[in-house]
Design a protein around this ligand. Sequence first.
Ligand code: ATP
Ligand code: MG
Ligand code: K
Length: 640
Amino acid sequence: MSAVGFDFGNDNCVVAVARQTDIEIVLNDESECETPSIVSFGVRQRYIGTAGAAASLSNPTNTISQIKRLLGRRFSDPELQHDLKSLPFLVTKGPDGYPLIQVQYMGETTTFTPTQVLGMLLFNLKSIAEKSLNAPIADCCIGIPVYFTDPQRRAVIDAATIAGLSPLRLLHETTATALLYGIHKADLTETEQLNIVFVDIGHTSMQVCVAAFKKGELKILAHSFDRCLGGRDFDEVLFQHFAARFKDKYKIDVFGSAMACLRLRAACETLKKVLSANPEAPLNIEGLMDGKDVKGFIKREEFEKIIIPILDRLKQPLKKALDEAGLTIEDIHSVEFVGSGARVPAIIKILTDFFGKEPHCTINASECVAKGCAMQCAILSPRFMVREFQVNESFPFNIAMSWNINVSDTENGVMDDQNSTIVYPIGNPIPSVKAMTFYRYGRLTLDVLYADVMKLSGPAKISTYMIGPIPSTNGERVKLKVKVRLNIHGIVSVETAKVVDQDETGKTRKTSVHITEVLYGGLAAIDLQKAVEKEFAMALQDRAMEETKGRNNDVESNVYETQDKPAMTPTPTDKALDTDDIVQPRQDSSPQASRPTTQRLLPRAIFSITEDSDTEEPDLSFMDVPISCKNPLEQTFPCE
Ligand code: ATP
Ligand code: MG
Ligand code: K
């Protein structure tokens, strides 16, 4: 019995589990709370997490990092192309237009999709949790950035499937933080609304959310973000600074050597961290290039000068979040900052100046997303009982639907004309179900797309639904009801299409119409199945290698202690990663234990989420005949 939360960061991952009385962070094999988001491919096995990070300088071209940046994006995506420039591994364009990562693995050139690599990371995180729980994971929630698009969200779900997980919810990282904050806040009242701003600055991106708290509930008032503003931008400024310095001083051009670039970038990141706590910091790298040792030095003052352009960009998402929430600075009770990228003192100063008050760091900046996700998981899981607490989430995008208009009955009807409307506007609750009503014959082709392309870096179109043939006689228009769902993960899909009419006795009759879904991106079911099998085989291989190593270490002691035991031969079959391998929760036969599996969690702070998903909202009715046409049906309105 378990509820697990995963924070997969661009830089680091964190795992939290709900135990009987509280949420706890799970430490990895190295007893660290943060596990690097890195997979390194070797000659005999993969190295994931901390072991992978250790290989990033010795085996850079086969060591994959920054996977969150590549996930669910097209190869042509300008942001992806920009990111690729500073990554040491090879990424090519796959036949479907999505990136493929190419590595040497077990002596062969192999390609993986970013989704598969995330699957590997999640598989590793899952093992970390299972080791701590001593049981297989039942339920989990995974944190995602609020700016993740539909294909990115689907890619996370696919990666989870590859890892053998089926998340109850993909939860926005800032919402996870707000949830964790709210559940521990004892002084909330029913009458007074507290507006809190959460600012998360990670390695590559910044997210802001404004949440309103009352006793027993939180409502997200606004989300905003900058997908390309995070800790690494500070590293980059330092990198450019020292690259230029060293060109003058040592006559070396680091851009001429991938390894020199890697080493200088890593040193600059360390330098940045040192500057967070010290007024000045040195930079020394032995044999950086052409056998030359380099020495550098920077004062915090100078660092703060060269990062002014980045600091300025921080204000934009802050303003936007307030505007969208319809609040002014005076309405904000307090500001909380999280994410390790925010440890730069100059950032705290920007926040202080902007809000006119010092930001707090009440919650642990690196743990809060994982813990918030574990809390959400416990709330959603039937295995835990949690006190009434509503999480009212809000959707960050405008989602539109467009459809083909039936060729009009008139001679000069317009062919191929399109109609469209926004079905899920920014701020729409998640989850949400809407019904669209059409009056038509033939076939309906519905496109789901982002209405606000400016907010994206990828294409606007998400999916197409071909609905039909619509059963109608003599080209007569019939009433077609289409149910659209914005699910709990923030993924939009058309669920059902039904013709609504009356039978001979006058009773309402609903007839399902066939739907074909076309997704632009994502794995086909068969490829996903193959990926699941491949991950299984690779994990088996890793485990066999690890066990061989472990056995070699144990050999000495075994030789003396168990001379008479038969020798152990490592066969891959006895290492299958099925659940039988993992200790099951204890089966207690006492009457106490045979009660339904409901655990008490956090006796002081018990809460749950309200799901308004299945209460159909008022119909959106669409009349897709040109307005000039006569329309015999009532209760419809022409859609612009
Ligand atoms: P993301 O949220 O973008 O997916 P993440 O969650 O992995 O990434 P965090 O772990 O929150 O990111 O933050 C990582 C960033 O924080 C890195 O850029 C790292 O250099 C930076 N960082 C860590 N410690 C410090 C410090 N002491 N001072 C300044 N920056 C720091
Ligand atoms: Mg993060
Ligand atoms: K529950």
